[in-house]
Design a protein around this ligand. Structure first.
Ligand code: NAD
Length: 318
């Protein structure tokens, strides 16, 4: 029987799927310094972000055939080294896309009605200046009929498009590697509606969108700087739930100050876990502390996705 150590835990559904397939799953947490010894008795190790699987561990435990990361980022695993030793390394990039897409829309709906600021001010002056606040937030906008620009049309970009179409928005998307995608919208009580979206060039998305959300991998330098922001519509709304710094934070604050950008939403920051105070204090920024993937449903899918990949891998080994 193959033995798996889920050192940072695994969801009940994932554990059950593995056990049903004949694996023994141990969820006890082994401290980092005892890992090299403990793993000698296992065929696979599963981690989240807490446990590190470094070169020393991979060398000390040649019996380990697979390292699984529940989630996306693999900074805590020496992935290339593991692969060079023939160890399979897997993660679960698809499990959280819908959750991130919903967070994007939580921010978009909030910004369009100034909830980020209203939630800050109602506890302070909601009783003494109700009418003043009512006036302050009286020029909200609807999302319906507006155009959402999506930069990066991979998993999360497409998950966001699905919600946008459901809300009645127009969608413009750009991606150097994806020319089109068919978005299936499941509507309770009706047939699934499929919408094909052809991606267009980057500049056209910048110029023609009322709201823009970025879903690209993090790069060396920001994708959206002063130059790109200047190409956008006046009073655009921006969302970054991708990686800190994809939108240049200094240029964003300037553009909010000038009114070029009406509002912005950030789930990720250049300086995590100490984001710049200029962002935190800005009344026109809707803020969350990197919680895009943090839903119970995504956690459950992470467990299921891991289990499926592990089962497939070990089946292929027999
Ligand atoms: P993905 O790989 O499925 O999609 C990314 C897409 O971006 C790809 O299709 C790629 O071709 C495209 N792309 C690359 N460079 C581009 C460019 N210059 N312009 C336009 N498109 C470009 O990735 P995903 O799963 O959709 O994740 C997207 C981002 O979301 C990643 O940065 C990921 O780290 C981040 N993420 C954030 C959270 C969160 O908690 N906020 C959770 C999961 C993922």
């Amino acid at each position: 029987m193959k033995r798996i150590l889920a050192n940072d835990g695994i969801t009940k559904g994932g554990q059950e799927a593995l056990e049903a397939a004949g694996f023994e799953v141990i969820t006890e947490n082994v401290p980092q310094e005892e890992l090299n010894e403990a793993l000698k008795n296992y065929d696979a190790v599963l981690v989240r972000s807490a446990t590190m699987v470094r070169k020393e561990t991979i060398d000390a435990c040649p019996n380990i055939r697979l390292i699984g990361r529940g989630g996306v980022g693999m900074d805590n695993i020496d992935v290339d080294y593991a692969k060079s030793k023939g160890v399979e390394v897997i993660n679960t990039p698809a499990a959280s896309s819908a959750s991130v897409g919903e967070l994007v829309f939580a921010h978009l709906f909030s910004m369009a009605r100034f909830l980020q600021d209203s939630n800050r001010n109602m506890p302070l002056t909601g009783d003494s200046d109700f009418k003043g606040l009512k006036k302050k937030y009286s020029a909200g906008t609807e999302l319906r009929g507006k155009t959402l620009g999506i930069i990066g049309f991979g998993r999360i970009g497409q998950a966001s498009a699905k919600i946008a179409l459901g809300v009645g928005m127009k969608v413009l998307a750009t991606d150097p590697y994806i020319s089109d995608a068919t978005i299936d919208i499941e509507i309770e009580g009706a047939d699934t509606v499929s919408v094909k979206i052809n991606t267009i060039d980057f500049d056209s998305v910048l110029k023609n969108s009322d709201f823009i959300t970025v879903h690209v991998p993090g790069g060396e330098s920001p994708l959206l700087n002063k130059k790109e922001i200047e190409m956008m519509k006046d009073r655009v709304g921006l969302v970054n739930a991708a990686r800190g710094g994809v939108i240049n934070e200094v240029d964003l604050v300037d553009a909010l100050q000038s009114g070029k950008v009406a509002y912005a939403a950030l789930d990720v920051y250049e300086n995590e876990p100490t984001p710049a105070v200029q962002l935190l204090m800005n009344e026109n920024i809707s803020l969350t502390p990197h919680i895009g993937a943090a839903t119970l449903e995504a956690q459950d899918r992470i467990g299921q996705e891991l289990a499926e990949k592990i089962i497939t891998f070990f089946e292929g080994q027999n």
